[in-house]
Ligand binder design. Structure first.
Ligand code: CU
Length: 124
């Protein structure tokens, strides 16, 4: 039982260490709208700290889901980085340490079922 707890704690620490306050090595500007993300194909170097700056050009599905407005920038696990509620004209930032190599999807959980708000992130 104790082992399982320790495993869960270490998994949590492991996952949450991708978001960082370290100085970024590079900055990537992304626009998101009903037409999707631009760029929607991004390659970064493993081990670098990347500052993602995401600007919403529209409000997406807008007032459909209560407090959920605008678009999101969600990098799927193991990164599991979520930037929520980026409203039209707004820019939000997140710094991510690119610890895991491979190909990952980023998406907007609010509207990716309706609009092509999906992109590929390659960590090499
Ligand atoms: Cu969206």
């Amino acid at each position: 039982m104790k082992k399982i707890f320790l495993l869960l704690v270490s998994v949590f620490v492991f996952f949450s260490c991708t978001q960082t306050e370290e100085k970024p090595d590079s900055v990537i500007e992304i626009k998101v709208s009903k037409d999707g993300y631009s760029p929607d194909n991004i390659t970064v170097k493993q081990g670098q700290v990347v500052l993602f700056r995401i600007t919403a050009l529209d409000d997406g599905i807008s007032a459909g889901y209560g407090d959920n407005v605008g678009h999101c920038f969600y990098i799927m696990p193991p990164y599991d980085v979520m930037v929520k509620n980026i409203k039209k004209g707004e820019t939000k930032e997140v710094k991510v340490k690119m610890v895991f190599p491979g190909d990952f999807l980023f998406t907007c959980p609010y509207c990716s079922g309706i609009f092509p708000t999906k992109g590929d992130l390659h960590v090499k």
